[in-house]
Design a protein around this ligand. Structure first.
Ligand SMILES: [Zn+2]
Length: 456
């Protein structure tokens, strides 16, 4: 994305929650952005900038990092036949609908997801894209190019399914691919898009879908290939009791022990969910410094359970937050997910097991670590200029003591006032600057009628 201006000054921000190692909170502070990075954080700066944004009555935070999503699902939200279904039944119904994905569907769903994420204060996102009907590999290219035009920092995954029903898996034949085809396409995508440098806007991730939809061979070969190429790997794990039963029946072990067998543990591996874990599983994930994307709303919505997040953190695992696909959330709002994370942990392990600040930490520093990035996740000189401002002069925050934690405890629209990604202002006064919300809404309605409604 072209950057028109080189300097932005955020002037006199009421509260800056830095999310640095000391979790510093600064008052009445300026942040100067030069190109795509933070040049200075100080009081009363005298520098000139092309764009001046008032920080009065606002709280600044590093942009949130979403570590699990399925953008294409934004077009299959709240489908009546599966609003009350558990994961495997939900998937069995939706696979056949997703088998009719079209280029326009991929494009509009990307705009919906990225638009919603940006409005909620998210500046970096991963997307787990794993449906390639009839080997249409270029659908992920459409998603990557669309997300890039929208300006969000992006970790697209080359997802995959290779175990169809005839081989004992869950998905139908039409949406699975051969292992060789999957690995060849992963290599193509790395060559075409992957940028390993600091401030990178696109990094490709290796992401076979789940233990019940991919072969053991694909898991083994893809992790070796990913490590050779120095990219991270991602998959769903230990999401439901059905999955646990599947792994015990088929492999004679828990999903986590199965990952150990196929070489999938380590700080370069990010697992979505991790709801059903034994103490042994938790210890193993912690010892290997594996990463977890906690998706509390999806786990509640599908009745899957509540992940033992406090225990995972205490064991040494890296925990981050993901909104998960929009067919099981059914929203892409990161601030709401942070709130959900705080609330469910209190039910699972007690009221003191997750503070609002801890939940914000998981969505910033936890996300950065899970994506193996040191250039994002904190407001510090030299870091990427990924900054969000929330307007706290609002009735929803009236009467609050700690206004940073109030963003998690209180709220009515959970929308950021200003969002800057890589030094570019993408949301101003709670409005997307480069995406037309109404146009997206109407286009989505048209595509739903054409590509989805006839198959319901
Ligand atoms: Zn998912």
């Amino acid at each position: 994305m072209e950057r028109a201006m080189s300097k932005i000054l955020l002037k006199n921000i009421s509260i800056v929650a830095t999310m640095d190692d000391e979790r510093k909170i600064l008052k009445n502070t300026d942040i100067l952005i030069n190109e795509n990075r933070i040049e200075k954080i100080a009081k009363n700066t005298k520098e000139k900038a092309q764009i001046l944004i008032s920080g009065q009555g606002k709280v600044a935070l590093p942009g949130f990092i979403n570590t699990h999503h399925h953008f294409y699902q934004t077009m299959t939200r709240v489908l009546k036949k599966v609003t009350d279904a558990k994961l495997f039944d939900w998937l069995l119904y939706l696979y056949d609908i997703w088998a009719n994905l079209t280029p326009e569907w991929v494009e509009i769903s990307t705009k919906i997801a990225v638009g919603e994420l940006l409005l909620s204060g998210c500046t970096t996102t991963l997307d787990h894209y794993y449906v390639y009907p009839d080997n249409k590999n270029n659908f992920l290219d459409i998603e990557i190019e669309t997300a890039n035009q929208c300006g969000i920092r992006f970790h697209p995954t080359r997802g995959a399914m290779s175990l169809d029903r005839d081989k004992g898996g869950l998905p139908p034949r039409r949406v699975v691919q051969e292992e060789a085809e999957i690995l060849k396409d992963l290599e193509r995508l790395i060559q075409k898009y992957h940028d390993p440098k600091d401030f990178s806007m696109i990094r490709i991730v290796n992401a076979p879908c789940s233990p019940f939809s991919v072969t053991k061979e694909l898991l083994k070969e893809s992790i070796n290939f990913a490590r050779k190429k120095k990219i991270t790997s991602h998959t769903h794990l230990a999401e439901t009791l059905d999955e646990e039963n599947f792994c015990i029946e088929k492999f004679g072990k828990t999903p986590v022990r199965y990952m150990e067998e196929v070489g999938w543990l380590g700080d370069d591996v990010l697992f979505a969910h991790c709801v059903h874990l034994s103490d042994d599983d938790i210890k193993l994930l912690g010892k290997t410094k594996s990463c977890v994307s906690h998706c509390p709303t999806s786990n509640l919505r599908l009745g899957s359970g509540i992940a033992p997040i406090r225990k995972l953190i205490d064991a040494g695992a890296t925990v981050s937050i993901g909104v998960d696909g929009s067919a099981s959330n059914d929203s892409s709002n990161m601030l709401l997910e942070i709130r959900q994370c705080m609330l469910v942990a209190r039910v699972k392990t007690g009221v003191s097991s997750m503070s609002a600040t801890d939940a914000l930490w998981l969505a910033t520093r936890g996300g950065a670590k899970a994506l193996k990035r040191e250039d994002i996740g904190a407001l510090e000189q030299g870091k990427a200029a990924d900054i969000v401002l929330f307007d706290i002069e609002d009735i929803a925050y009236a009467g609050c003591g700690d206004v940073v934690e109030a963003l998690v405890f209180c709220g009515r629209n959970f929308t950021a006032n200003d969002v800057i990604v890589n030094g570019k202002l993408l949301v101003k006064n709670k409005k997307l600057l480069f995406l037309d919300e109404k146009e997206i809404y109407h286009k989505a309605k048209e595509i739903f009628k054409r590509d989805i409604a006839p198959n319901l």
